[in-house]
Design a protein around this ligand. Structure first.
Ligand SMILES: [Zn+2]
Length: 379
């Protein structure tokens, strides 16, 4: 079977791919460092062109450039969209503290799991297709962005546009800890609640003041009451500040809120409730700003159907694919929310994303390359 041939192809060249992966990790690329991101984008673009891709570099004044590579454009039907990112959460200099390290079957290093190994999966699959004369079922569009770790503000429009013109989206984020693919993700919202009161001398004329902190206390409890864990809706007031000094009735206080929801309806309900909060304490005023920057990725019937197809494809490779959900967001939230069936968590196995022990299981590279190949060949 063809995708088994891809597994053998990648396995035979594994040391070459690991060397390529090391050079990608050694090129540090934090989300806000345009200089380094653009250099890396150039290297990836060259690699994709060498693989026969038609590469579009999306110039970005507000951050690193993004990359779209189109492959097998003459194949029939709308394309499969493969999505990843080449930015990492790690500041420049992290490598000095956490150098690349190979320990048994694992490769440790900042950004190796989330998600530079996915660039190797893409390269390995396309190289195997060329060498083995394999043709995918449909054209392949590969999108790698430079700002996923900071909310995809500059890439979102492009992610959504490409998703709309694609048959489905395959997201190369890390899988769940047990290797499961991700078929649902919570939506992520950020809100700032600000209270304005009236300052007064706390000893001489407290009755002339209106305490923003007392009002904030009321509001924090109202926000907490919106939690509905059974429905998958959770809110966290993660930061509060306010006041100036103990002998002044505080004129100002604020809170930062993280909100998560499993369904688009749940996200809309939370947003409406938060934006509708009003003051309890006379003389104070409450304003709320913010919204869901990633809509929920719902396990829609179309997503369930795509997973069922993937599971059948996996059986051909001897893999028993499983699925699960996560509270974290990715660019899969955007592709799913425009109605494009989305399968997430297709990256290599490993652990420690955003943590000092970030690593991949080297042995999973040929297997995950074969899975990606099979999805592209058969769906
Ligand atoms: Zn990621």
């Amino acid at each position: 079977m063809n995708s088994n041939a891809v597994r053998t192809f990648v396995d035979d060249r594994l040391e070459t791919y690991i060397a390529e992966l090391k050079s990608l990790v050694e090129h540090e690329s934090p989300s806000r460092d345009k200089g380094r991101l653009d250099l890396l984008a150039g290297a990836i673009a060259d690699r994709w062109e060498g693989l026969g891709g038609n590469v579009e570099r999306i110039a970005n004044d507000a951050g690193g450039d993004h990359l779209v590579g189109r492959f097998f454009e003459a194949a029939p039907g709308p394309p499969a969209l493969v999505v990843g990112h080449f930015d990492t959460v790690w500041p420049v200099g992290t490598l000095a503290r956490l150098p690349l390290r190979r320990d048994g079957g694992r490769l440790f290093g900042p950004g190796v799991y989330d998600m530079k190994t996915s660039l190797i999966l893409v390269a390995g699959v396309l190289e195997a297709f060329a060498a083995l004369g394999l043709r995918p079922a449909r054209p392949i569009t590969v999108l790698f962005t430079s700002d996923e770790e900071v909310g995809s503000k500059t890439s979102r429009t492009r992610i959504e546009a490409l998703a709309r013109e694609s048959a489905h989206a395959l997201i190369l984020e890390p899988p769940l800890a047990d290797g499961s693919l991700k078929t649902a993700r919570k939506g992520v919202g950020r809100f700032t609640l600000t209270v304005e009161g009236k300052a007064a001398h706390a000893g001489v004329a407290p009755e002339l003041g209106a305490s923003a902190i007392v009002e904030l206390a009321h509001q924090v409890l109202k926000v907490a009451a919106l939690n509905d864990p059974a429905a998958g809706t959770t809110l966290n007031v993660g930061l509060i500040e306010g006041g100036t000094t103990p002998n002044v009735v505080p004129a100002r206080a604020s809170a930062e809120i993280d909100a998560r929801a499993v369904t688009i309806a749940g996200a809309e309900a939370v947003e409406k409730a938060l934006l509708g909060l009003s003051a309890v304490t006379p003389g104070t005023r409450v304003t709320v700003e913010g919204g869901f920057n990633r809509p929920p990725m719902e396990r829609s019937p179309a997503v369930a159907e795509l997973f069922a197809k993937a599971r059948r494809v996996g059986e051909g490779l001897g893999l028993a694919l499983t699925e699960g959900s996560t509270g974290g967001g990715s660019d899969g939230n955007f592709t799913a929310a425009v109605g494009t069936p989305t399968l997430d968590g297709l990256g290599a196995a490993g652990g420690g994303a955003h943590a000092d022990d970030e690593h991949i299981e080297i042995g999973s590279i040929p297997e995950r390359a074969a899975l990606l190949a099979a999805l592209l060949l058969e769906i």
